[in-house]
Design a protein around this ligand. Structure first.
Ligand SMILES: Cc1cc2nc3c(=O)[nH]c(=O)nc-3n(C[C@H](O)[C@H](O)[C@H](O)COP(=O)(O)OP(=O)(O)OC[C@H]3O[C@@H](n4cnc5c(N)ncnc54)[C@H](O)[C@@H]3O)c2cc1C
Length: 388
């Protein structure tokens, strides 16, 4: 089949590889002038690692990344809020702190080797269903070929989501994060976060090679205020809360060395319509508080490619895909949506509740097991889980 993939991120590149490997004729359209190894650190959970093993790129990525045995969150006064050790669930389990660029480059080169054609500098503005197939509308107004169907992997701000007419609801969070990546040896074997109420959040995610991804939670308005006050005011506040970030924060010379991203949470009634299927963040963007987005994106793509292998009819493959994925995606969307305001929001009550209940929950064996299964990406619904 002739398949168009809209957006060459983690999901798009992985889909390009898997579908081209099945013998389909793949064209990926990417808005960036050049697909490159950009981005922050991401936590690849055991479920995402399983997909990388199936793609044959796990060993190399594992070698170049950081193995994390646990995740930890502390309060500003040093008291522990949560500590979750992967090995309590399975002795060979761990999280993998990976530079997004490393993962993306590996997926991109697989897609290219498998014969996927990547068209850069092609911003998609919409699509049109024709009798003979479907075509994309580009910002440049150039016509595209006619495809059998589109895989929409154009990320959290997917324009195709609106164009599809599929009902969806969701919200743009006021909160987001400033992040950067650099040398930092203070934290090595865990994801480390410090919070003060729900308004201050700092984190260090080791990504291997003596480097960490550092993030600082804030709103766009707070970011503007810091820009007016100057970098030193921001650095002072950061180091007061998270002195472990000294090595990475000290060399920052300007706010331009940091990237601000805000989050959104969108829930689609269905992931597919006539000749179009949504995967990854395009289908279910969430805040990154649970560290699942890239993992879900990889699993989405793997599952759909298996469905299409079994039944090469697009509609049937979409029906099978949605049946397999819907409960899991809904579960992770709800949990992340529920968790986000306990870490980043206005007011004090949520912070108090979190500080009171989270330590108890993470020390109660039955609840801890559910939290670990959720973290690892093993939950397949509210009451079910599948340990890989
Ligand atoms: C600060 C931060 C930390 C995160 N940490 C984690 C983590 O620890 N673990 C985890 O699993 N996930 C994490 N995530 C989430 C993760 O990065 C995403 O879930 C993942 O990248 C989704 O992949 P995707 O391919 O669906 O979308 P993306 O990677 O966003 O790719 C979308 C692609 O589509 C392109 N595109 C968009 N619009 C158009 C258009 N109109 N025309 C053509 N191309 C277009 C974009 O340029 C991009 O290349 C984090 C996210 C952020 C912001």
């Amino acid at each position: 089949m002739k398949i168009a993939i809209a957006g060459c991120g983690i999901a798009g590149a992985a889909a390009g590889y898997l579908l081209a490997s099945q013998g389909h004729d793949i064209t990926i359209f990417e808005q960036a002038a050049q697909c490159g190894p950009i981005g922050a650190g991401i936590l690849i959970q055991p479920i995402g690692q399983t997909v990388l093993k199936s793609l044959g790129i796990f060993e190399d990525i594992d070698k170049k990344s950081a193995r994390l045995n646990w995740i930890e969150a502390r309060k500003h006064n040093g008291k522990r809020l949560i500590q979750l050790e992967y090995q309590r669930l399975g002795c060979d389990l761990y999280g993998l702190g990976v530079h997004r660029g490393l993962l993306f480059s590996a997926l991109l080169s697989l897609a290219r080797q498998a014969g996927a054609v990547i068209q850069e500098n092609r911003r998609i503005t919409g699509y049109q269903v024709l009798q003979s197939g479907v075509s994309l509308e580009l910002e440049s107004k150039e016509p595209t070929e006619v495809f059998d169907f589109i895989i929409a992997t154009d990320g959290a701000r997917s324009g195709l989501r609106n164009a599809s007419g599929i009902k969806h609801r969701g919200a743009e969070y006021e909160y987001g994060a400033l992040w950067t990546t650099g040398a930092c040896n203070a934290v090595q074997d865990r994801l480390f976060q410090v919070v003060d109420g729900t308004k201050k959040l700092a984190g260090l995610l080791p990504i291997g090679n003596g480097e960490c991804s550092f993030f600082w939670g804030l709103t766009a308005a707070q970011f503007m205020k810091f820009q007016q006050q100057g970098l030193d005011v921001w650095k002072k506040e950061v180091l007061q809360l998270c002195p472990q970030a000294e090595e990475i924060v000290a060399p920052i010379a300007s706010f331009k060395d940091l990237t601000f991203t805000n989050y959104r949470n969108v829930s689609m009634r269905t992931f597919w319509a006539d000749r179009i299927l949504f995967l990854g963040d395009a289908a279910h963007p969430t805040s990154p508080h649970l560290g699942q987005g890239a993992n879900l994106a990889l699993e989405d793509v793997w599952t759909f490619s298996e469905c299409l292998k079994k039944d090469p009819d697009f509609r049937s493959a979409c029906i099978a895909y949605e049946k397999m994925r819907k409960n899991k995606i809904r579960y992770y969307q709800r949990i992340t949506g529920w968790l986000t305001p306990f870490f980043q929001s206005e007011g004090v009550v949520k912070g108090w509740g979190r500080d009171l209940f989270l330590p108890v929950m993470s020390q109660t064996p039955m609840l801890r097991e559910q939290m670990l299964k959720t973290l690892c990406g093993f939950k397949s619904g509210w009451l079910s889980s599948k340990i890989e």
